[in-house]
Design a protein around this ligand. Structure first.
Ligand code: KG4
Ligand code: ZN
Length: 337
């Protein structure tokens, strides 16, 4: 059967999302963010996330179908994230998708959330040809991959400790900013001096990353001041600290990317995941691409953050490759690519 119309569902963390792709084109894309639910806890509370997904999944799917001008019967397959992520969150989307697919008599297509990010550059043109180099930078993951046709991925480097987004969120907390911290640091850093503090730029063997030392360096830097001094420092120099930290992260990512481009000879480079929304990273990557004469692909902001469009498009490719999943598919919280 020719699978033309795919519903994508994503509930791996704190966004309840559904999207419809028809013949490889995005028709609707709905995201219900839970940010307000978790705001006062300074991070995602798993139990609350599951409950929120449970409340929102049906209305979100209904809205995605409505905006696409379709009814459930028009769907050819149901694609859903089955990992990695919070198990209670994954289970809501996965259980819904199974029941929906079963009820409609359509195939279920399990999608790895990281593959969703990898193929997010196919939601809108321009999209890279295979093979391409892909830097995934999100709240949970930081890894560098070679992506070949046919869902073949080769891991070139990964973080040994914190993900880049996690570092942004933890440092934001140290600097007294809200959650998620990445967008806040990005915004403040625009008015800051990136040379205010020389934070370390850890460089590991190969293309591996480490960000926990950088986070600790920010903590140690703040710890040398008394409480009163620190309050004054943050008042006067918060933007400078944001810019200095952000520049260190960007330098580390760009350094690895530069070496990987030079070593692999790949001419097409994608940067995906939440941190690819970062304006300093986008600018530095653009400059690197011009310098090394490679083509750069970074999705529009809406597709950098968690969304279901990337799950629907990946599901569409999988459907065309005949990669369906059994209804016994389990949620895999620590799924890798
Ligand atoms: O891909 P994503 O939405 O969710 C995961 O799969 O993790 O990424 C979320 C992460 C958070 O850590 C958030 O702080 C970070 O992406 N982020 C940013 C920016 N926007 C989101 N980090 C730096 N600069 C940004 N503009
Ligand atoms: Zn993600």
């Amino acid at each position: 059967t020719e699978a033309r119309t795919i519903l994508g569902i994503e509930t791996s963390c704190d966004d309840t999302a559904a999207a419809v792709v028809v013949e490889g084109k995005l028709r609707s894309n709905v995201v219900a963010s839970q940010q307000a639910t978790h705001l006062r806890y300074g991070g995602v509370v798993p139990e609350l996330a599951s409950r929120d997904h449970q409340r929102r999944i049906v209305p979100v799917v209904r809205q995605a179908l409505q905006e696409a001008g379709l009814t459930p019967r028009d769907l050819d397959a149901v694609a859903v994230t089955y990992g990695p992520g919070l198990v209670g969150s994954l289970l809501v989307g996965l259980s819904f998708a199974k029941a929906f697919a079963l009820g409609l008599g359509r195939p279920l297509i399990g999608v790895n959330h990281l593959e969703g990010h990898i193929y997010s550059v196919f939601i809108e043109p321009p999209s890279p040809p295979f093979p391409y180099l892909c830097l995934i930078v999100s709240g949970g993951h930081t890894q560098l991959m070679r992506v070949d046709e046919g869902f073949r991925h080769t891991l070139l480097g990964r973080t040994r400790d914190d993900a880049a987004g996690e570092a942004f969120d933890k440092v934001a907390r140290l600097l007294g900013l809200g959650y998620p911290g990445g967008p806040e640091i990005d915004r403040l850093a625009r008015q800051g001096d990136p040379n205010f503090v020389a934070f370390p730029r850890p460089r590991l063997e190969g293309y591996d990353f480490s960000f926990s030392g950088l986070k600790t360096a920010v903590r140690y830097y703040l710890d040398q001041f008394s409480e009163a001094e620190r309050a004054r420092l943050l008042e006067q120099h918060r933007a400078d600290l944001c810019a200095s930290f952000q520049q260190a992260v960007v330098d580390v990512l760009i350094d690895s990317l530069r070496r990987a481009i030079q070593d692999t000879g790949l001419r097409h480079v994608a940067i995906v995941g939440g941190v690819s929304a970062n304006s300093a990273l986008r600018a530095a990557a653009q400059a690197l691409a011009e310098e090394l004469d490679v083509r750069l692909y970074i999705p529009p902001l809406a597709y950098c953050m968690d969304n279901a469009a990337m799950i629907a498009i990946t599901g569409y490719f999988k459907a065309r490759a005949g990669l369906e999943s059994p209804l016994t598919l389990a949620a895999v919280p620590a799924l890798t690519v």
